[in-house]
Ligand binder design. Structure first.
Ligand code: ADP
Ligand code: ASP
Ligand code: MG
Length: 810
C-alpha cells in the first residue's frame, strides 16, 4: 500500500488537478491519497477571518473569491452530470456554512482560536471532496474522526497512540483508492476541530503511512525533489537524489519548507521510505529519504535557513560554574510553549545564547527575566537582551561526521565575503552546523555557502562593470564570448550583475544579458552617480563580487575603499587610485588584505602586459628590483614613431587620439602625467615609497600649453610643429630615435625624452608598444625585458579579464 500526499500547489490549478488524477490512477497498488487545501486557500481563509474580526467589510470580497475558486474548479475538472451536481451540493453547503461563520465573526468582531481552527479546516474539507469526485472509484474519509490531538503547553499535539488505533480501525480494510483531507484533526476530549499546524498535510500522510505500514510515503509537490537549498533564494539549487532520515529531519527542521518537520519521525520509526516528487514533472526521479543514504559525494547535502530569528543572550559572571542555570532556562521556556532551535554556550559558561522565533522573543525575555529576577537584582546576571532581525542558517550532511575542515571552510568563506557570524552551534552528532547572521545577509550567506561547497555545478563570480567606453565595451564583449566556455570547461560562471556609465546604471541579481546590454541600460537603467553606485552595490550585498573600473574617473576611484571594506574585490583599469597619495594606495592594499579580497590593477601599466604580476612574483620569491627603465606610454611612442617630414607633431597627436591610443584628454599623456602615474605604481609595487611629485620630469612641450581648455590646446599645438621638425631632422641624421623614458633607480624616479641610438634596446620599439627593462639582483647582467602592445582597448580589456580570472581562482 502506498500513501500519496498532494500539496496545495498540486491541487491549485485545473492542469495540476488533472495531473493528480493521472498520477493516482496509474498506481498499481492500494493507495491512500492525502490532499491539502487548494493552493493559497489556507492563507486566504486566515486573511478573511482577520478582516472580518477587524470589522473590515472587504472580507466579503475575499469570501467571494474563495467561493469562485472552488466553484470554478468543480466546473472545470468534473464533467457535467449527476456526480457534478452532487458535488456542487456538498461544496455549496460547506461554502455557505463558511459564509455564515464569517458573518458571525464580522458581527461580533471576535475571532477565537477555536473558530479560527474551524475556518481553516474548510480548505481541506472542500479540496478533498473535489479530488474524491475527480478520481474514479475514490472513497472519502473524514480525518477529523481519526486524527486526534491533545492540548499541551497551549498547543495541540498529536495523540499518536489514540490516532494510530483509530486509523487502524478505520482502515482495517483498505479500499483501492482512499481520499483523506490532510492537516485537520479534532481534540480527543472536546471533539473541537484542531489542526496539525501549517504544512500539516505532510504529517497526516506520514501518520497514515506509519500506522498502516505503507510501503512508501510519496510527497507530491511543485519542485523536482528536496533541493540543496531553497530554490526561491538559490537559483542554482538542484535536487538531492538521496537523503537519510536524519539529514531530511535536520534540513526541514531548519526551514526547508518542502516537508513539514514532524513528518519524518513516524515513517522513520517504521523505516518507510519517503519519496518526494514533482506533480508537474512526474518523470523526474525526485528525492528518496531512507535510513541509509548515499554519502559518497559532497561534504554537505543541503543548506536551510530560518529568517525570523531572535537571539536572546544571557550573560553574567554569576552563571559561571553554577549548576542548574540551563535547566531553569529551558524549563521556563518550555512551560511557556516557547521552542528553542539553537543554543550556544561558551565553555566559560558566562554567556548562553538561545535562538527563538521572533514572535516568541518578547515573551521569552519576560519569563526569563522573571525566573532570574533575584540574580538580576543581585547583579549576578544581566537582564535578558533580545537581538532581532537575524537569520539562522544550517549546513547539513552525514558526511560531515569525522571530516575535519568543514567548519574552517565554512567560516573562512563567510569571512572573506564580509559576513559576520553572531552565534554558532554544532552538535556532537556532527550532522549539522548552525549559525546566526544578520537577516540582511541571509541571501548572500546562502549563496556563498552553496557556491563554496560545490553544491552548485559551477562557481559564480558576480561582476559590476563601471565604464563602457572602449575598454569596458571590449571587456563585456570578451566576457560575453567566453561565458559559456568558462562555465562548461572551468566551472566558472561570470555573472555581470551591474553595468554603469556616467548617465545610467543597471543592476540585476540574475545577471544582465550581455548581447543587448546597451539597450537594457538605456531602457531600464536608473540615473547613475558615484553615490548611486556605492549605495546600490553595497546594498545588494551580493557574494563573490568584483567591482571592475574601466573609467578614468577620480570619483569612481574614490569608491574603492568602501567596496573593499565591504569585501568586494576591485579590478581597476583606472590608474588614479594606485597612483594617488601613497597613504591611500597603501590603505587600499591593506584593507584588501585584511578583508581577504583583491585589489588588482595589472592594466595600469603596459595594458595587458604582465608587468605588475611579474614584479610581484620576483619580489615574493625574494628578488630585489634594482632599476626599472621603461617606455610606458603607448601614445607617446606612437607619436614619436609616426612623426615624419610629412606628418608633423600636431597631426600625430590627433592621430593618436583617433586611433584610441591616447587618454580621452591627450594632455594627460603629453604632460608626462600618465607615464609618471605608471612609474609611481611600478615603484610602489617594487617596494619603494614614491609619490607623483617626487618624480623628476623633463618635458618636450612647454608648460603653458597645458594651461587652459582642451580646445585652446588643439589650437596652440601646431605652433610647435616647425621647431620639432627641425629637431627631428638632426636626430634623423644622427641615426637616433626619440623615446619618452621613465626610469627608477635607488628609489628615484625620472621621466624624460631621450635620444636612443641603434644599439639601445628601446631603439626598435614599434608603434604604440611598451617596453620594460627590469634590472634585479637576479636579473642583473642581462635585465628582464617585457615588451608588447602597451595600449589599445582589446589588450587592456584582456588584461582586466585576466585580473578577474585570478580572483576566481582564489
Ligand atoms: P506543498 O504545497 O506541495 O506542500 P510547499 O509550498 O509546502 O508545497 O513546499 C514546496 C516548496 O518548498 C517549494 O516550492 C520550494 O519553494 C520550497 N522549498 C524551500 N526549501 C526547499 C528545499 N530545500 N527543497 C525544495 N523545496 C524547498
Ligand atoms: N493547507 C495547510 C497549509 O497551507 C496544510 C498544508 O498545506 O499542508 O498550511
Ligand atoms: Mg507543504
Amino acid at each position: 500500500m502506498k500513501v500519496l500526499k498532494f500539496g496545495g500547489t498540486s491541487v491549485g490549478s485545473v492542469s495540476s488537478m488533472l495531473n493528480v488524477k493521472k498520477i493516482v490512477e496509474a498506481v498499481d497498488d492500494k493507495v491512500i491519497v492525502v490532499v491539502s487545501a487548494l493552493g493559497g486557500i489556507t492563507d486566504k481563509l486566515i486573511k478573511t477571518s482577520t478582516m472580518a474580526a477587524n470589522g473590515d467589510s472587504g472580507y466579503e470580497k475575499e469570501m467571494k473569491e474563495i467561493v469562485n475558486r472552488h466553484i470554478e474548479m468543480v466546473y472545470t475538472v468534473i464533467p457535467a452530470g449527476q456526480k457534478r451536481e452532487l458535488l456542487l451540493d456538498c461544496v455549496n453547503e460547506l461554502l455557505s456554512e463558511l459564509k455564515d461563520i464569517f458573518q458571525g465573526i464580522y458581527l461580533i468582531r471576535d475571532l477565537s482560536p477555536k473558530t479560527s481552527a474551524t475556518i481553516v479546516s474548510y480548505g481541506e474539507r472542500l479540496s478533498s471532496i473535489i479530488v474524491a469526485t475527480l478520481i474514479e472509484g475514490a472513497q472519502w474519509f473524514d480525518s477529523r474522526l481519526f486524527i486526534k490531538t491533545e492540548k499541551k503547553h497551549n498547543k495541540h499535539i498529536l495523540d499518536s497512540e489514540l490516532t494510530n488505533r483509530l486509523v487502524r480501525e478505520t482502515f482495517h480494510e483498505i479500499p483501492s483508492i482512499s481520499l483523506v483531507p490532510g492537516f485537520i484533526s479534532t481534540d480527543k476530549t472536546t471533539g473541537e476541530v484542531t489542526n496539525l499546524g501549517r504544512g500539516g498535510s505532510d504529517y497526516t500522510a506520514s501518520i497514515l503511512a506509519a500506522a498502516l505500514d505503507a510501503d512508501v510515503l510519496e510527497i507530491w509537490t511543485d519542485v523536482d525533489g528536496f533541493m540543496t537549498a531553497d530554490p526561491r533564494v538559490i537559483s542554482t539549487a538542484y535536487p538531492i537524489t538521496e537523503l537519510s532520515y536524519v539529514e531530511a529531519m535536520e534540513l526541514c527542521n531548519f526551514g526547508a519548507k518542502v516537508v513539514y518537520p514532524p513528518t519524518i519521525y513516524p515513517v522513520c520509526h517504521k523505516n518507510i521510505p519517503i519519496l518526494i516528487k514533482n506533480t508537474f514533472n512526474p518523470d523526474a526521479p525526485g528525492t528518496i529519504v531512507k535510513q541509509e543514504a548515499d554519502h559518497s559525494s559532497k561534504a554537505i547535502k543541503g543548506i536551510s535557513s530560518i529568517n525570523d530569528t531572535c537571539l536572546i543572550t544571557m550573560t553574567g559572571l554569576g552563571m559561571v560554574g553554577v549548576i542548574g542555570v540551563n535547566y531553569r532556562i529551558f524549563k521556563t521556556l518550555a512551560e511557556n510553549g516557547i521552542s528553542v532551535f539553537l543554543v550556544s554556550q561558551a565553555s566559560s559558561e558566562n554567556s548562553t545564547s538561545i535562538g527563538v522565533r521572533t514572535v516568541d522573543a518578547d515573551l521569552a525575555c519576560e519569563v526569563l527575566n522573571e525566573e532570574f529576577a533575584k540574580e538580576i537584582e543581585m547583579g549576578e546576571i544581566s537582564p535578558m537582551k533580545a537581538e532581532s532581525g537575524l537569520a539562522t542558517v544550517a549546513i547539513v550532511g552525514e558526511n560531515m561526521k569525522h571530516t575535519p575542515g568543514i567548519a574552517g571552510k565554512l567560516f573562512g568563506t563567510l569571512g572573506r565575503n564580509g559576513i559576520n557570524v553572531i552565534a554558532c552551534a554544532q552538535g556532537a552528532s556532527e550532522t549539522n552546523i548552525s549559525f546566526v547572521v544578520d537577516g540582511a545577509s541571509l541571501r548572500k550567506t546562502l549563496n556563498v555557502i552553496h557556491d563554496s561547497f560545490f553544491l552548485s555545478e559551477y562557481q559564480v563570480l558576480n561582476l559590476f562593470i563601471c565604464g563602457i567606453g572602449t575598454v569596458g565595451h571590449s571587456l563585456i564583449e570578451q566576457i560575453s564570448s567566453q561565458q559559456e566556455r568558462l562555465k562548461r570547461e572551468r566551472g566558472l560562471m561570470l555573472n555581470v550583475v551591474g553595468i554603469a556609465n556616467g548617465h545610467k546604471a543597471l543592476f540585476t541579481r540574475r545577471g544582465i544579458d550581455l548581447s543587448n546590454y546597451r539597450q537594457e541600460l538605456d531602457e531600464k537603467g536608473i540615473p547613475s552617480s558615484p553615490q548611486v553606485l556605492q549605495d546600490e552595490i553595497v546594498g545588494m550585498n551580493i557574494f563573490n563580487s568584483v567591482f571592475v573600473d574601466c573609467t578614468a574617473s577620480p570619483e569612481i576611484a574614490g569608491l574603492y575603499k568602501e567596496f573593499l571594506s565591504h569585501n568586494i574585490s576591485v579590478v581597476a583599469a583606472n590608474k588614479i587610485a594606485a597612483s594617488s597619495e601613497y597613504e591611500n594606495y597603501a590603505e587600499l592594499k591593506q584593507i584588501a588584505r585584511q578583508r581577504g579580497v583583491k585589489f588588482l590593477f595589472e592594466t595600469n601599466v603596459g595594458a595587458g602586459l604582465p608587468v605588475i604580476n611579474t614584479i610581484n612574483d620576483l619580489i615574493n620569491s625574494g628578488d630585489k628590483i634594482v632599476k626599472i627603465e621603461a617606455v610606458l606610454s603607448g601614445t607617446l611612442n606612437y607619436i614619436f614613431n609616426t612623426i615624419s617630414a610629412d606628418v608633423p607633431l600636431s597631426e600625430t597627436i590627433h592621430k593618436a587620439k583617433e586611433e584610441g591610443y591616447s587618454e580621452p584628454d591627450p594632455r594627460i599623456d603629453l604632460s608626462g602625467k600618465d607615464v609618471i602615474r605608471k612609474l609611481v605604481i611600478l615603484a610602489r609595487e617594487a617596494g619603494y615609497r614614491l609619490n607623483q611629485e617626487d618624480v623628476e620630469k623633463h618635458l618636450f612641450i612647454p608648460n603653458e600649453l597645458f594651461e587652459g581648455s582642451l580646445d585652446d590646446f588643439w589650437k596652440k599645438i601646431p605652433a610647435l610643429d616647425d621647431e620639432f621638425e627641425a629637431r627631428r631632422k638632426v636626430l634623423e641624421k644622427e641615426g637616433k630615435h626619440w623615446r619618452f623614458v621613465a626610469s627608477l633607480e635607488n628609489g628615484h624616479g625620472v621621466v624624460a625624452l631621450q635620444e636612443v641610438g641603434r644599439n639601445h634596446p628601446f631603439y626598435t620599439l614599434e608603434g604604440s608598444n611598451n617596453i620594460i627593462l627590469l634590472t634585479t639582483e637576479r636579473y642583473n647582467e642581462y635585465p628582464m625585458l617585457i615588451q608588447g602592445y602597451g595600449a589599445g582597448a582589446g589588450v587592456t580589456a584582456a588584461g582586466v579579464f585576466a585580473d578577474i580570472m585570478s580572483i576566481a581562482n582564489i
